[in-house]
Design a protein around this ligand. Structure first.
Ligand SMILES: Nc1ncnc2c1ncn2[C@@H]1O[C@H](COP(=O)(O)OP(=O)(O)O)[C@@H](O)[C@H]1O
Ligand SMILES: [Mg+2]
Length: 692
């Protein structure tokens, strides 16, 4: 709760003026509401007994009421002759209060016209009624305004922060949970401010106001009238708490039902294959059962709650009406500790009390609702603050950078050690130099740390020991946007965003002219596919690219990278999810992309690596072998055994004749076409081939 208050105080700083205004408006509104009920007493009291005048309870009204004692309203005040002053209303004593001897011995004399009091009361009713309506509007609007601004500001801030948090942290979070924080938890806080600000304050003020006015009119009668209030409060709080708990249980069970249903419907084939139907029915049934139980409990409690409250209200009304009527009829009441003298209550008081009691029940209900709102809000705040307290990913350097915007692409790892979890290093002393323009492949068993190594280059994670330099400068010394502007990545699965195909390609270089976008897609071998789409480049991408095949998505990603035109290129198994045909097309597109860049490619299709400059074999976070394809193949080391393993089931080529597969040839052909500097490496390879 303290955290909640602090959080709101901090985040509502810009809205202090509006909040004070809202509070003042709420005060005025509650006052107007209470005042608008007063005529319910004034009129019947005055009619019943001309001495029972509003001025008896509120002496300051004397002057105002004089104004209404006019022959215009009350014909009985008309003078007999036109030029005489108007008549005065007859004087009458105010009702005496037995507990105050003075009021018995020297009763206050009041002298106001009955019709005048009626008109005055009606005016009060109208003026304060309308005023209250207007103030309710202002107060609700202010509350919504503040809440909407707060939630928008919180959402923007939280989202921005989430985007900057380290991937390391994100790896440890559940995605749905984070989304829930951005949407649901902030909505809870918003709801607390919208409903809470007004309802809490208005509720408390109404409670206090009503009790004060009632006490002012008759202490004893008030105590009797409020006899049911504690019981009401108890029932309301108890029931709403239990109903909420049941509703939460129900919602949780509903979530489980959805989980199991989605999981099973997606796995129908497996379920049938293993004849798991009855086991799954049982699992599903358990959740359906608890959903049903919780739903029944919530419904039962709700069904009890409403009539219970009405019953209590009936008893409250019974006390007020019974006691009030009995006393008004001229009888005394004695309950031992409470004594009410005859005639100290009149019809007006009775009606006013009945009205106020009705007004009292609503705030009591609201207050119990507020407890829930506040506890939801508090847990929301906790969960949001938890995210906001996380330090941002890698820290931006504050050393000014004067170097070039476009880097050369020379990468050096020196003794790099890195771990995701403390004391469990994933990279254990990597030494690696990739001169600008060189193409290096990283291979090894899955889990050996290849992806991790690649992710260190754009500084998705900070290294623990050693150094990682780009163009000779530690990568921590570059502003993040400069570093990342110089690196393109094509990953196993490429994500397309909502928007058109063209917009998706332009992510590579925002604002690129259409001709360049088209030329990039041509190079990436995807132009024809795009032209065949219903709207060409303006075709809308559905749900992360579900209307594209995996191979098409990869080629779009390659076109993006071609547009981006960075000196460093990281390929992390870009063809791993593709069939042979799509792979060939993607490889073809890749050949265009890699020309003239520093390339780090991760691949487990070893047969496609014939033409890279160097192959690094990783095992357990270390580089254990390096060399050209032919060197490694004939080395009889890990690479050779990997290669053998891959070809073990390839009965056609026990001797690995398949090395020069189509894809390799494509790779080479384009290399030769577009990067003559590779000629040299070609000869190295030829040399090594002849040597081994
Ligand atoms: N985000 C992560 N958090 C914790 N451990 C991770 C994370 N990513 C990868 N690892 C662990 O690091 C090791 C290397 O993973 P990775 O670099 O993805 O291997 P590769 O790409 O060679 O298959 C694995 O043991 C993996 O479990
Ligand atoms: Mg990997």
């Amino acid at each position: 709760m303290l955290l909640l208050c602090k959080f709101l105080y901090r985040n509502l700083r810009g809205y202090r003026f509006l909040i004070i205004l809202a509070i003042l408006v709420t005060f005025a509104q509650v006052g107007a509401d209470l005042a608008a009920a007063l005529p319910l007493k004034f009129i019947p009291s005055k009619i019943n007994n001309p001495g029972s005048d509003p001025t008896c309870t509120f002496p300051f009204l004397d002057g105002v009421l004089n104004f209404f004692d006019t022959p215009v309203l009350d014909p009985s005040l008309r003078p007999l002759q036109a030029n005489q002053p108007p008549n005065q209303p007859p004087p009458a004593p105010c009702p005496a209060t037995p507990s105050d001897p003075n009021s018995v011995l020297h009763p206050r004399i009041t002298q106001h016209s009955v019709i005048g009091v009626i008109v005055f009361s009606l005016l009060i009713l109208v003026v304060f009624g309308l005023l209250s309506a207007l103030l309710v509007y202002i107060e609700l609007f202010l509350a919504t305004f503040i809440a909407q601004n707060l939630s928008a500001q919180l959402r923007r801030g939280l989202f921005d922060h989430l985007q900057r948090l380290s991937l390391d942290w994100h790896d440890r979070q559940k995605k749905g949970d984070l989304v829930q924080r951005v949407t649901g938890n902030i909505a809870d806080i918003e709801k607390l401010v919208t409903d809470g600000l007004v309802d809490l304050l208005a509720g408390i003020l109404t409670l206090i106001g009503i009790i004060v006015i009632m006490l002012f009119i008759s202490k004893e009668y008030t105590l009797l009238s409020l006899a049911i209030a504690p019981l009401l409060l108890f029932i309301v709080t108890g029931y709403t708490g239990n109903i909420k708990a049941a509703a939460r249980k129900k919602a949780k069970a509903a979530g489980k039902i959805a989980d199991v249903a989605t999981e099973d419907i997606n796995a129908l084939t497996v379920i049938r294959a293993f004849t798991l139907e009855s086991r799954e029915n049982q699992r599903f049934g358990t959740h359906v059962g608890s959903h049903q139980q919780a739903g029944l409990r919530a419904g039962r409690l709700q069904a009890q709650f409403t009539p219970l409250v009405s019953t209590l209200v009936v008893f409250g009304t019974l006390i007020v009406l019974g006691v009030g009527g009995y006393v008004a009829a001229g009888n005394g009441v004695n309950f031992g500790f409470i004594t009410i003298n005859p005639s100290t209550i009149d019809v007006g008081t009775l009606i006013l009390f009945l009205t106020y009691l009705k007004m009292l029940y609503q705030p009591i209900r609201d207050l119990s609702k507020l407890v829930t709102l506040a506890s939801n809000g508090a847990s929301g705040v906790e969960r949001i603050q938890e995210v906001l307290d996380q330090a941002q990913e890698v820290i931006e350097t504050n050393v000014p950078y004067y170097g070039p915007q476009k880097l050369q692409g020379d990468i050096t790892f020196e003794n790099v050690v890195f771990s995701y979890l403390a004391d469990r290093p994933v990279l254990k002393g990597i030494n690696l130099h990739i001169p600008a323009g060189r193409k290096v492949a990283l291979v090894g068993y899955s889990g050996s740390g290849k992806t991790t190594l690649a992710k260190l280059i754009p500084r998705f994670y900070d290294i623990e020991q050693g150094s990682l330099k780009i163009d000779g400068l530690d990568n921590r010394m570059y502003p993040l946007h400069i570093l990342r502007m110089n690196i393109s990545m094509v990953l196993q699965d490429s994500v397309l965003f909502e928007g058109t195909v063209r917009e998706n390609l332009e992510i590579g270089r925002p604002g690129a002219p259409l001709e360049e976008v088209i030329s990039a897609s041509m190079k990436a071998n995807i132009h024809d596919v795009i032209l065949n789409l219903p709207d060409g480049y303006e075709t809308v991408v559905r749900e992360q690219g579900n209307n594209f095949s995996a191979g098409q998505r990869q080629r779009l990603a390659i076109a993006r990278a071609i547009l981006r035109d960075t000196p460093i290129l990281i390929l992390d198994e870009p063809t791993a999810n593709l069939d042979v045909e799509a792979e060939a097309e993607v490889m073809h597109a890749l050949n265009t992309l890699i020309a003239g860049r520093t390339v780090l490619t991760i691949s487990h299709r070893l047969s496609t690596l014939g033409q890279v400059d160097e192959i690094l074999v990783m095992q357990n976070g270390q580089i254990i072998e390096r060399g050209s394809y032919w060197e490694l193949k004939h080395n009889k080391g890990v690479f050779a055994s990997l290669l053998e393993e891959q070809n073990r089931y390839n009965f056609e080529s026990p001797e690995l004749e398949f090395d020069e597969s189509e894809t390799t040839i494509v790779f080479r052909a384009v290399n030769n076409l577009e990067s003559p500097e590779l000629e040299h490496d070609e000869s190295v390879n030829d040399h090594s081939r002849s040597r081994f």
